[in-house]
Write a protein that binds this ligand. Structure first.
Ligand code: CO
Length: 132
């Protein structure tokens, strides 16, 4: 049911600056930049092997990444697992008492179905499930 680590999301304050660090200094190839309205972010996607690195800049100070950066600063934001049946997985986790941020999947980058689990019940890590 878990297929791979789909991506790791890093919250940044200045996307151009962060892209320049990862692309020009570290040397990771940038694939594309897209805006995800539903999550109020601009996302820069860097494929690395089977997984992606995603840099997230908020487009709205009140959005989830905007609030995160204000509270905790830039840095690691979330870990995303790719699953084959997101609805079934959410149901199973809910039945096991895991606190869900999203009871039903929403749409994320690349048109994937995504849902977040609350860090309160995951040992402090914001976990995303996604299905492509
Ligand atoms: Co994500």
């Amino acid at each position: 049911m878990f297929e791979k680590i789909d991506h790791i999301g890093i919250a940044v304050g200045d996307l151009d600056k962060a892209i320049s660090f990862y692309r020009d200094q570290i040397g990771v190839d940038l694939k594309n930049i897209e805006e995800v309205d539903e999550q109020k972010v601009k996302v820069a996607v860097f494929p690395v092997g089977e997984s992606n690195l995603e840099l997230l800049e908020t487009t709205d100070p009140q959005g989830p990444v905007g609030k995160f950066v204000e509270k905790k600063g830039e840095g690691f934001h979330h870990l995303a697992f790719r699953v084959s049946d997101i609805e079934a997985k959410l149901e199973q986790l809910k039945a096991q008492g895991v606190v869900l941020i999203d009871e039903k999947p929403r749409y994320g980058a690349g048109g994937a179905k995504v849902a977040f689990l609350h860090p309160r019940s995951t040992g402090g890590v914001l976990i995303e499930l996604c299905q492509h």
